[in-house]
Ligand binder design. Sequence first.
Ligand code: FAD
Length: 422
Amino acid sequence: MSRHAVIVGAGVTGLSTAYHLARKSYGKVTVIEKGRVGDGASSRAAGIITGLLWSETGVRARQISLTRFRELSEELDGYRFQDVGCLNLFDAESWPERERLLPLYDRLGVEYRIMDRAEMAATWPDLAPTGEPVGLFDPLGGYSEPDHYLPALAAGCRALGVEIREGCMISDFITDSGRMAGVVAGDERIEADAVVSTVHVWTLKVLESIGLQLPLKSFVHQRYVTAPLPAPVRIPAVNANPYGGYIRPAYGQRLLAGIENPSAPEFRVPDRSFEMAAISPPPGLGDAARDNLLPLVPKAARSGWTDSAGYADNEGSAGSAGYADWEIEKAGLLSFSRDGEPVLGPVDRFPGLHVGVAFHSGGFAYNPASGVLLAECVADGKPGIDIGDFSPNRFDPDETDAYNRTLITHAEYSLSGHSRRH
Ligand SMILES: Cc1cc2nc3c(=O)[nH]c(=O)nc-3n(C[C@H](O)[C@H](O)[C@H](O)COP(=O)(O)OP(=O)(O)OC[C@H]3O[C@@H](n4cnc5c(N)ncnc54)[C@H](O)[C@@H]3O)c2cc1C
């Protein structure tokens, strides 16, 4: 008899899980989405990836992602991984902590290059970091455009026979003698051999009905895209921590930048039907993103623009600091676990239930690996790499309860040492 897996949530994590399950010829695979594909954080992401993370499990998972992003460029129509590399910048204060991870990268065979400002300027003449940052370059990193990736991945799922049901909200789970046996959507009971919950910031609300809690915090995050610049800009994706955010090239000769907001209060999803479209960027952060990040790219300064180069169309669009203005702004939510690592794998309390959540600001980067690993857990009963450090079973229920009662700001969360980039 054919097996049936139900995946709840059609963001990148859910779609990637469905895609990789279908590739394994698992049986019937259904993705259930309360809104439309990508309605959550996935369509809002900057899509940056670096393999240079801070834990062995994270680094190993990102190795899977970096390989799969390149393969997916061949497998999916309309998607191409932008392999521009990812430059991680550090100041004198933050570098020693990262430097301590270099032996880990060496042991796992991860490529990287340490660069000073002169070398960065020589490699990318369009990039002009101020001060004396240390550059840790990841030659395999880069970015994806979510607007291209999401439809391509959804189409790839459908081509493999996955059913994606949009406009269908899961309100409960079906359990049978302690085993997960399906989901409830409105009046409908959908039976399944395996259920994978990939509902991101909705996780606590969705798992409430079976009394399952995980220590999770959510914060608003925002990113911006310029109008087309008059000339192409050749830079890698830059995780510019000392400048409070990140910047990368974007489609159509644009730049995309995101900015941190340490004073962001914890955001609590009010109910299951909450929509992420209700979030808008807090006032002033667009200016901060322009003032902090665009100066890293002198070609974004309006003073360098000339009519003869066809820049006249941008007349009047310059921002307050003399840099290109934002054409698009997007805000959404990030989800973090108590120890800063993702929560991914089978739930011991309910055999047949799996979760994939809390990917900090890196769920897009993780998604090929998350999909591969969750598909292996579901289909083979065992992931291809050790993901014990990501296990949903690693948290003490009492501590989880106490943690979820506290309300903290993003800065307070970061002080606990667990806020990292992409
Ligand atoms: C502004 C911004 C920039 C970012 N930049 C990056 C970046 O550069 N790199 C990176 O790696 N990550 C980035 N991220 C993080 C990344 O977007 C997320 O980690 C990732 O998209 C999470 O994907 P997901 O599929 O797990 O969740 P989501 O995309 O949020 O999907 C969850 C889905 O579940 C659905 N759902 C919820 N409840 C139910 C229910 N009851 N029934 C049915 N469906 C339900 C929702 O509608 C939603 O579509 C960024 C995030 C933001 C907000």
